[in-house]
Unconditional design. Structure first.
Ligand code: GDG
Length: 472
């Protein structure tokens, strides 16, 4: 029986050490939820790094056996691979470049070589499991070389690739010293997917100008075969978020949190610590808003949840300090005994707490400088059980293409953000409901299950089309 092999840098579980024993914590991430029911079926399998370095062969064996029961296979990465392939090339070269922060990108041959080596390690792990009829679905920028490495070993198998972050314009992508190798890596796929039409267009333009292959309606004809490039905007598990937000317990918590804030209006922002998320710019806009509209002082609180991420990387340490400083300055300037303009949390919370925060907030501020999609804004919309609430959303998030009922802003335009805050905080409830219910309809329909089936259906279609092209 043909099976599906999912490959991503991280497995949908995280390995943790508890009292000398290694245990697994299930991830609640969107991808894990969306693919959760699929990889557990039959012989399907998910291959990836378990989130911790495990060196002792005995421990590796035990982890492998435990994960096998759950249809997962670990790829064990060394300290050096984590430093150079993951934190280095993936997060200090590709991530900044793909998010238009190329001034932050490091170009180091050593990091590139480890990136190649790690992709090869994933390839070996997949090749050991895969048969010629199997379908392999590779995820994200850490594994750009994997499709062509797999194609070489398994010429007939079906390979899909999805990139969760933006694909930059040719002028930015071409700055990478390894641009040609990276594109050739991706071209090993049968189907290459992005969140938006623009990302897809940028990719096709780079393929044309750097590798010299043109395209027609998303099809690229290589000498050996054709592949398709298309957009698949990722959704969330709508019913899950809407369901939790509606529960009595979450409603009770939302009331308690709100009462404790002593504010008439509450705004929420939830991000991983990342310079692509526009956190300092948002703080600048809020500061300017409180100065321009002093009648809101004492009345509106921004609850800002920043989830620790990549704190080994220098740029992220600097960003954390910048945020700490700005929050301290704004609170120092405007707070009074009963009220703080910003409630800032640098940690992550369980899903129920997050849901209560979404439920209590009148406004969500999602203002990235650049974001492949952004799921937080969709989760906020799904959590609005009474259709009230306003979403302020950056045009630079992939989600803005679907959520045109949000107040759309350019995060570089601080004055526009100030006015958007004013508009959101004074919007009549009947207008809020019109926009919110329209966004809910979109997100409900184009949910995570829809995304998975769209991608898988298109991948099967490509294989059929390739066969008919080969015989015609
Ligand atoms: C990448 C792309 C693309 C956050 N804090 C807590 C928590 N979260 C969850 C959110 C949301 C997820 O983390 C963040 O997802 P985003 O999509 O917003 O952003 P990235 O992590 O940068 O994801 C992005 C995504 O891939 C999918 O393709 O949309 O553009 O950059 O689900 O809810 N979850 C819990 N506690 C927290 O404190 N439980």
């Amino acid at each position: 029986m043909a099976k599906l092999i999912i490959v991503s840098n991280r497995l949908p579980v995280k390995l943790q050490e508890k009292e000398g024993e290694l245990i697994f914590k299930t991830s609640e991430g969107g991808l894990a939820t969306g693919l959760g029911s699929i990889y557990k079926e039959g012989d399907n399998i998910w291959i990836g790094w378990p989130g911790q370095v495990v060196e002792e062969p005995e421990k590796q064996k035990k982890v492998t056996e435990d994960l096998k029961k759950e249809n997962m296979l670990p790829v064990f990465l060394t300290e050096t691979e984590i430093k150079e392939y993951y934190e280095g090339f993936s997060n200090e070269t590709l991530w900044p470049t793909f998010h238009y922060f190329s001034q932050y990108a490091v170009y180091e041959q050593q990091l590139w070589e480890t990136y190649v080596q790690a992709n090869q390690k994933f390839c070996d792990a997949v090749a050991e499991q895969a048969g010629p009829d199997d379908t392999i679905w590779v995820h994200d920028y850490q594994l750009l070389l994997l499709p062509s490495m797999l194609r070489e070993k398994l010429p007939d198998c079906t390979i899909g690739f999805f990139q969760h972050i933006p694909f930059p314009s040719y002028e930015v992508f071409r700055l990478l010293p390894w641009r040609k190798e990276l594109l050739e890596g991706m071209l090993g796929s049968d189907l290459v997917g992005f969140h938006t039409y623009d990302d897809m267009r940028h990719f096709l333009s780079s393929v044309n100008r750097i590798v010299g292959h043109g395209s027609m309606h998303g099809w690229i004809n290589l000498s050996s075969r054709s592949l398709l490039v298309d957009s698949f905007p990722m959704g969330i598990d709508y019913e899950k978020y809407a369901g939790i937000a509606k529960t009595e317990e979450v409603g009770r918590r939302a009331n308690i949190y709100r009462n404790n804030l002593h504010a008439e209006k509450v705004m929420i922002a939830v991000d991983r610590l990342d310079y692509s998320k526009g956190i300092p710019q948002r703080l600048d806009a809020f500061e300017k808003f409180l100065a321009k509209y002093p009648e809101f002082q004492g009345k509106v609180t921004l609850v800002m949840l920043v989830v620790p991420s990549r704190d080994e990387v220098e740029k992220y340490k600097e960003l954390k300090e910048e945020i700490d400083e700005k929050v301290g300055r704004i609170n120092g300037k405007f707070s009074d005994i009963n009220w703080n303009p910003i409630q800032y949390f640098y940690r992550s919370y369980p899903l129920e707490t997050l849901s209560a925060l979404y439920r209590m907030a009148d406004v969500a501020l999602v203002t990235p400088m650049r974001d492949g999609m952004n799921l937080v804004c969709k989760e906020y919309v799904a959590s609005r059980h009474d259709q009230s609430g306003v979403l302020i959303l950056s045009e630079m998030a992939g989600a803005s293409k679907e959520l045109s009922d949000a107040i759309l802003i350019n995060p570089n335009d601080i004055n526009q953000m100030v006015e958007a805050l004013h508009e959101a905080l004074t919007m009549p409830e009947e207008i809020q409901k019109v926009h919110m219910s329209s966004m809910q309809e979109t997100i409900k329909r184009y949910n995570i299950h829809h995304w998975v089936s769209m991608f898988m259906d298109r991948l099967s279609y490509v294989k059929i089309k390739q066969l008919s092209m080969a015989t015609s």
